[in-house]
Design a protein around this ligand. Structure first.
Ligand code: R5P
Length: 271
């Protein structure tokens, strides 16, 4: 497609190919400039449907606004719900997300009316960690109870054990993390999470693990959002390596989710 801006800042979008009666897959990660990318997505899908596409399947590797799924203070916008409504309203037929932040909403069917699937990049990340050999038979740690779903997948893939910590968020960039059962003494550790934003969660978790006597701590996450200074903060916390996927482009996006998306496109019989 051809996308540019008019001199007044409005967006221009043109679908160049003939999509009439086609089954179309749209791949659009909605990350650092979410409002802009979301609007581009809405323009695109509405146009595809208007041009006669028979079906539009969306792949949204990083789904912005998923964290605002609850009214934490009276009067707050339920942004997650607004975004899903907009996506449906332009004619999205089916949606695939990757490790979408589903802490309070546990099933994507609770927010989407259209068929939805949440894929996981954790097997790809675990394979990458195994290949680098950076950590051996690591204890896999999810830094909060919601991360258990990812810790379990990574540990199963690596043939090892896992545990989760408990986390209390005290502010946008301030968290308190507490250990539960496991002890990292003498172990290599792999912390896994869906998102690294300010890096606060990883820093607090690695402090605990190193104070317990862990040999070393490595980190893997699906969406390296990385707010300014986050990577430096993590590196200063004596973490030996940190890797993310390309759902969000970043200096640590070394694992591609392309095979995950390609395999679903193939399964769905799209061209
Ligand atoms: C939230 O609960 C997520 O799973 C992540 O743990 C969180 O977004 C990480 O944020 P930060 O890097 O700012 O601590």
């Amino acid at each position: 497609m051809d996308v540019r801006r008019f001199p007044d800042g409005e967006k221009y979008l043109r679908v160049v190919d003939d999509v009439k009666n086609e089954n179309v897959a749209v791949i659009q990660s909605i990350h650092h400039t979410p409002d802009e990318l979301l609007f581009e997505y809405l323009l695109l899908v509405d146009t595809l449907k208007d041009l006669g596409a028979s079906r539009v399947t969306a792949f949204i590797p990083y789904f912005a606004y998923a964290r605002q799924d609850e009214r934490f203070k009276p009067g707050e916008a339920l942004s997650f719900r607004t975004v899903t409504k907009l996506m449906e309203s332009v004619g999205t037929d089916e949606i695939y997300t990757i490790d979408m932040h589903q802490h309070r909403v546990l099933k994507s069917s609770e927010v989407f009316k259209i068929p939805s699937h949440n894929l996981s990049a954790m097997p790809l990340l675990a394979d990458y960690v195994k290949k680098t050999g950076e950590v051996q038979k690591p204890l896999v740690i999810g830094p909060d109870t919601e991360a258990e779903q990812w810790a379990k997948i990574a540990a199963d893939r690596l043939g090892t054990d896992y545990d989760v910590f408990e986390k209390k968020r005290l502010g946008d960039d301030h968290v308190e993390v507490r250990p539960r059962r496991s002890n990292a003494k003498g172990r290599d550790v792999l912390i896994v999470d869906d998102i690294i934003s300010t890096g606060g969660t990883i820093v607090e978790a690695s402090k605990i693990l190193l104070s317990q006597g862990a040999n070393k701590v490595a980190v893997a996450c699906t969406h390296p959002i990385l707010a300014p200074g986050a990577l430096e903060k993590i590196q200063n916390a004596r973490v030996v390596s940190v890797v993310g996927t390309d759902t969000v482009p970043s200096p640590i996006s070394r694992v591609s989710v392309a095979p995950l998306i390609a395999s679903e496109i193939k399964k769905a019989g799209m061209k």
